[in-house]
Ligand binder design. Structure first.
Ligand code: C2O
Ligand code: CU
Length: 475
């Protein structure tokens, strides 16, 4: 009898976990969308722009389930938006006011390996870590989040994440809506599971927070708005579009502007990916940003779940902002003929090429100045994605065919549907350090924490990898 009951309970629980989540029409849109504040900064004696980030505990009433214990940077939940220009030197003082070790990784940033903030730069409780580097890449929507060995999911899920926006002088960049929080809107989207005053350590949750706001609305005052979307979820993939499926212009992806705008009705984002959309509005209308699978489920592998994300409420009179330029940016194509090295990465279970992450093992040695082609395969039936630190890459092919126009720009994270194969091209132009590895990994955080991650070092030509110790570089 007991076995029977347990079996029954298990079946019910299993059934619930597989049930389709559908919040369309269920969200009240009763709270104004919170906009992460722009981080204060100062200039130090060396001329560097200096930011301060304090990782801390807090609590927040999201408007559901009462007060919830959280973590944030300089606040209760998420962190301020850091912003810097190409060519600027920056320094960030990361202060760990938590009771456990953490780290802060600059996702999408091209920078020296000892500034990267991965598992080799842990910050002990009470300690401060102050990496400094020069911004040397195009304007883009990057982000930052902890990356402590084996605990990335927990820290990100509790609320430790924020945006790092880069600017440059590219003219299209100045023509696109760029008034932060007015017509240039950051949207950090996360699914959550709240329970008894805690954010549950979950895989997927059935409620959505946008910039830490549950059920948000946004007052729109211009006839075009730029939405900077970041999927900062633990493992959920979204397909964002407007409820009426109006065409919107995709202008940028992870690493910056696309060569030209791509008209889409939806954009798929797996964890860690970003997209910038320019959305047109009519005076007085209300329209909901949703995540929902396309009618022909074609390229979407995020399941059948549907979410209402944000209600956009256009004012009775809208200020005109410029139209999107036909040419956005010069994105030089990396030429496969110049690639000196080919490598294969097979993602399966919790391994890459059969191995689990080992802090003491260098998996890949790359020579500075080389262009490489990496073939990345998802060989199991699960969803994965693939993220590479240090460089932005380009997608050469998806399952042997031309990549879609959405993948025509710089990427640092790319979705890998079950049984798929992607070829990407990467150029490792600088920042050699034989002793300090960068990471590549699946950005579904429980996969990453369970070991689906590898390490690469960039060395001077002819040099070999140094000795890497798991606790080297401790702050
Ligand atoms: Cu967004 Cu290795 O991480
Ligand atoms: Cu994975």
């Amino acid at each position: 009898l007991l076995t029977g009951l347990l079996g029954g309970t298990f079946l019910v629980a299993g059934g619930a976990a597989c049930a389709t989540v559908d919040t369309v029409g269920q969200v009240d849109f009763a709270r104004p969308l919170l906009i992460p504040p722009l981080a204060d900064s100062g200039i130090d004696a060396a001329g560097r722009r200096v930011f301060n980030l304090h990782a801390q505990r807090g609590s927040r009433d999201f408007g559901i389930e009462g007060t919830t214990r959280t973590m944030g940077f300089n606040g209760d939940y998420l962190g301020p938006t850091l912003r810097a220009r190409r060519g600027e030197r920056v320094r960030v003082n990361v202060v760990n006011n938590l009771r456990q070790e953490t780290s802060v990784h600059w996702h999408g940033m091209h920078l020296p390996a000892n500034c990267d903030g991965g598992p080799h730069q842990p910050v002990r409780p009470g300690a401060t870590w102050s990496p400094a580097w020069t911004i040397d890449q195009p304007a883009a929507t990057l982000w930052y989040h902890p990356h402590p060995h084996g605990h990335t999911r927990e820290h990100v899920n509790q609320g430790l994440a924020g945006l790092f926006i880069l600017d440059d002088d590219e003219s299209a960049q100045r023509v696109l809506p760029h008034d932060y929080g007015v017509d240039d809107i950051p949207l950090i989207v996360q699914d959550k599971a709240l329970h008894k005053g805690e954010i549950r350590d979950h895989d997927t949750g059935d409620l959505l927070l946008v910039n830490g706001t549950y059920g948000p609305y946004l007052d729109v005052r211009t006839d075009r708005v730029r939405l900077r979307l970041l999927n900062a979820s633990v493992s959920r993939t979204f397909a964002f579009g407007l409820a009426d499926e109006r065409p919107v212009q995709l202008v940028a992806t992870d690493g910056g502007l696309l060569p030209e705008p791509v008209t889409v009705t939806r954009i798929r984002l797996s964890p860690g990916e970003r997209a910038e959309l320019v959305v047109p509005f009519q005076a007085g209308e209300r329209v909901v940003l949703r995540s929902f699978p396309p009618a022909t489920s074609g390229s979407f592998d995020g399941g059948k779940d549907r979410f209402d994300v944000l209600e956009l409420r256009a004012a009775a009179r809208l200020r005109h902002v410029g139209t999107v330029p036909k040419v956005l940016a010069d994105v030089p194509r990396l030429d496969p003929a110049t690639a000196a090295v080919n490598r294969d990465f097979r993602l399966n279970g919790t391994n890459i090429n059969g191995d689990k992450m080992d802090l003491d093992r260098i998996d890949t040695v790359v020579e500075k100045g080389t262009t490489e082609i990496w073939t990345v395969r998802n060989t199991d039936g699960q969803r994965h994605n693939f993220h590479v630190h240090d460089v932005q890459f380009q997608v050469l092919s998806v399952d042997g065919g031309e990549p879609p126009a959405e993948l025509g720009g710089w990427k640092d994270t790319v979705f890998l549907p079950p049984k798929s194969e992607l070829r990407i091209i990467l150029r490792f132009a600088d920042y050699a350090d034989p002793d300090m590895p960068y990471m590549y990994h699946c950005h579904l955080l429980m996969h990453e924490d369970n070991g689906m991650m590898g390490q690469f070092v960039v060395v001077e030509p002819g040099q070999s990898a140094g000795r890497v110790g798991g606790t080297g570089g401790h702050q």
